[in-house]
Unconditional design. Sequence first.
Length: 146
Amino acid sequence: MREVTFGGSGGSNRSLSDSFGGFAASYGMYFNNEWQGVLRQSLNYHNPAGAGTTWGGSTRLAADYHFTNLGLTMPFVGASFGRIYGSSLRDTWSAGLEAGVKYYLQRKFFVFGMAEYNWLFERARRVDNNFGSGQFIFTTGLGFNF
């Protein structure tokens, strides 16, 4: 089974001094009833403190585990890895943890909400040193399975 989602996203760094918001979309493929691989894409408008506004984006791969025995409600948890880029942003890698819930309005159509925490790093050897300098991302939208 496959899945497509469309939604709005927004977030901020931990100190709430750099906010952003924009459009998010994803394409996922279920490996079984619980596990899903997902490609996430976002386009964001950034408003950092002390600087001009910019546009940026992110492309991430994620693996999510779904709790499928709760009827119409399907919570999930997962992890992601990807790249953040933009015109005035320093291109960087990101790794993160995520959790969310899907609520099925019909058999293959759902609304969802998701929260992520991503930490940023330029080199793999620095991935563990930057956990505290990450960003929160919140996404809500619609999706369907096919």
